[in-house]
Design a protein around this ligand. Structure first.
Ligand code: M6R
Length: 608
């Protein structure tokens, strides 16, 4: 969603900010804006649409100012427009803010400020922050920001500049991430580390309720009540090249091709083949505590939720612990039962998804221990959980989650093994599972070798308007993931069902123009799945099968087959998902969609 980048230093800010905005594009946005502060004057430009529009608008400005900030907006309050884009100024045009998050009491504040004569220019909730700070400003910008923030309800990550403080940038956070980048004689502010890593790897993650006052040579972190804080300086491990396309046409394709590494990295140092064991260090639980877990609840959204659903099968089978997977967005509304033996996991690529965070807080409120399975290091879920594990998939830039999904599945398999071996799983099963897990990255690589064929297949299916995705057992969540991926990047309607559910209604839709993806590996459900395939065939349904290499029978029943290597039943999702990711990608490209930034979507959904 919205992105912030700010700079104070010795170099002209303009190009640093524009470059930073481009790195934030992946978050999803509909308008962009920039402001620099020069010799007591603000220079501001805001444009609807792509960053190129903004770039064009300021091409000849050549501002030399060394203080500035920029923003990408994803509309919540007020439609996407130049006027509603950030930054927003106060009445005098002396003070300017950018904001991520939602100010819930903005209407009340706006009315009160309007009564005092403040003139509002936009329909946004954010503009109220600029006027509130203006109202409280008596020469001390930090004090005015503090006083104003104490009146806000909702969430914010903000940055503020005032013309009377030409080398000061103020940032603050409550519920919406803010990172400070540290470098000699220059400092940065951003909503995540991506625009920072090309400048510095040393960062401070602001905590909720903290304010940073930064100049080219200093940074001062304090609380909203002006208590000084000594923040930890973190070193970001990501390399800038990891966040670049490296010759691929799109981030999504690059990230699908990184799925073998995502599985490898998630396993690295965490499985012990000779002992058939796994150990995820960051869980902060000893073996006895793990043995006492009677029930696991997993909260997540979107693809992370589907990974959790596949994980549910793995953990229940191998560790014999009942698992419930909950939509994070619904968790709070059903008064979930959390008892002593319940362990909660929050799964999130970004670690910033507002619904998942809210579910996690609700679980904590009820006394649960909450562990995070997160990709983005230092993200809010990672920091606010009681422990957990990083999937180490590296930066995922495409809005569609692909390699993170594979990383999440791998971690869930490892968790199943770790819990399982602490309970009743025999040594031989543990060894077999580790051995097979180790082969998964190579097996994914062999599927990726079929990229060309899958591309051709997708192109030949680009005219269809509807698809079913069908699977059974742990492959039903993979069907859900395949349908979600197709919808979000190609805008083609797709629905997923458990294989056998089709005959309970949806089969009425089947004809030659409604193709189905049937996930029918040679697992213990194979015969049952084949019966369902026969049912579709009998109704003249068109089918693409994802099947196990060597299954020659299947090609007699369906129109197309994509083969995946053989593996253990519960690891099959790690393989069957790969062709579905590739298919969605190629079909979207064939339809000329904006694959990495699909319409209406944001990479990290930071509003509830
Ligand atoms: O960052 P998160 O994993 O918490 O994000 C959750 C969903 O918003 C995300 O998976 C979304 O569904 C993706 N666009 C799916 O590709």
């Amino acid at each position: 969603m919205c992105g912030i980048v700010g700079y104070v230093g010795k170099r002209p800010a303009q190009s640093i900010l524009l470059d930073g905005l481009k790195k934030l594009e992946y978050r999803g946005y509909d308008s962009a804006g920039i402001v620099v502060c020069d010799k007591g004057q603000l220079h501001l430009e805001k444009t609807l649409g792509k960053i190129e529009n903004l770039e064009r608008a300021i091409k000849n400005k050549n501002w030399q100012s060394t203080l500035g900030m920029a923003h990408t907006r994803w509309a919540t309050h007020g439609k996407p427009s130049d006027r509603n884009a950030h930054p927003h100024t106060d009445c005098k045009g002396e003070l300017v803010i950018v904001h991520n998050g939602i100010i819930e009491n903005y209407q009340k504040l706006k009315q009160a400020l309007q009564k005092k004569g403040h003139q509002f220019k936009s329909e946004t909730d954010s503009e109220v922050i600029a006027h509130l700070i203006e109202e409280n400003y008596r020469g001390d910008l930090g004090a005015a920001v503090r006083q104003s923030l104490s009146r806000l309800e909702g969430t914010y990550g903000i940055a503020v500049i005032h013309v009377k403080h030409p080398d000061v940038l103020i940032a603050a956070r409550k519920g919406s991430p803010v990172v400070i980048g540290l470098k000699e004689n220059e400092h940065f502010v951003a909503s995540d580390v991506t625009p920072l890593v090309s400048h510095t790897k040393d960062v401070i993650y602001l905590e909720d309720g903290e304010i940073a006052e930064i100049t080219p040579s200093s940074y001062h972190i304090s609380t909203i009540n002006n208590e000084k804080r000594e923040p930890a300086i973190n070193h970001v491990e990501w390399e800038i090249a990891e966040a670049e396309k490296q010759g691929y046409d799109h981030y999504m394709l690059k990230e699908i091709f990184e799925e073998p590494d995502a599985a490898r990295n998630a396993m690295l140092g965490r499985v012990i083949p000779e002992e058939g064991l796994a150990h995820l260090g960051g869980l902060n639980m000893n073996d006895d505590e793990m043995r006492e877990v009677k029930r696991i609840v997993i909260v997540a959204c979107g693809s992370a939720l589907y990974a959790a659903r596949a994980g549910e099968y793995m953990i229940e089978k191998y560790a014999d612990i009942p698992v419930e997977v909950e939509y994070a967005s619904e968790f709070r509304y059903r008064d979930p039962v959390i008892d002593q033996g319940t362990l909660v996991f929050a799964i999130s690529q970004s670690g910033e998804t507002a619904d998942t965070l809210a579910a996690m807080k609700e679980a904590k409120r009820k006394g649960a221990r909450v562990l995070g399975i997160v990709n983005v290091v230092g993200s809010t879920i990672a920091r606010e959980s009681d422990g957990g594990t990083y999937i180490h998939a590296g930066p995922e830039i495409g809005v569609a989650s692909t390699k993170a999904f594979t990383g999440q599945l791998t971690i869930l398999a490892i968790l199943a093994l770790q819990f399982g071996r602490l309970k009743n799983m025999p040594f031989s099963t543990g060894q077999k599972l580790v051995k097979e897990l180790k082969t998964i990255p190579q097996k994914i690589e062999s599927i990726l070798e079929q990229d060309k064929a899958i591309k051709q297949l997708a192109e030949s299916y680009a005219q269809y308007k509807n698809f079913f995705f069908l699977g059974r057992g742990a492959n039903y969540p993979i069907a859900l993931e395949g349908a979600l991926k197709l919808k979000e990047v190609s805008y083609v309607h797709a629905e997923a069902y458990p294989m056998a559910e089709l005959k309970h209604g949806p089969i009425a839709l089947i004809d030659r123009n409604f193709p189905s993806f049937v996930i029918v590996p040679k697992d213990s459900y194979y015969e049952k799945n084949i019966s369902n395939v026969q049912e579709i065939k009998a109704r003249d349904g068109r089918m693409i099968a994802v099947a196990t290499k060597g299954d020659s029978n299947i090609s007699n029943l369906v129109d197309e087959v994509i083969y995946v290597p053989k593996t253990l039943d519960l690891l099959i999702p790690l393989l069957t998902v790969v062709p579905l990711h590739l298919f969605a990608y190629h079909l979207a490209v064939a339809l000329k969609r904006d694959v990495d930034k699909p319409r209406n979507l944001a990479k990290s959904v930071t509003v509830e």
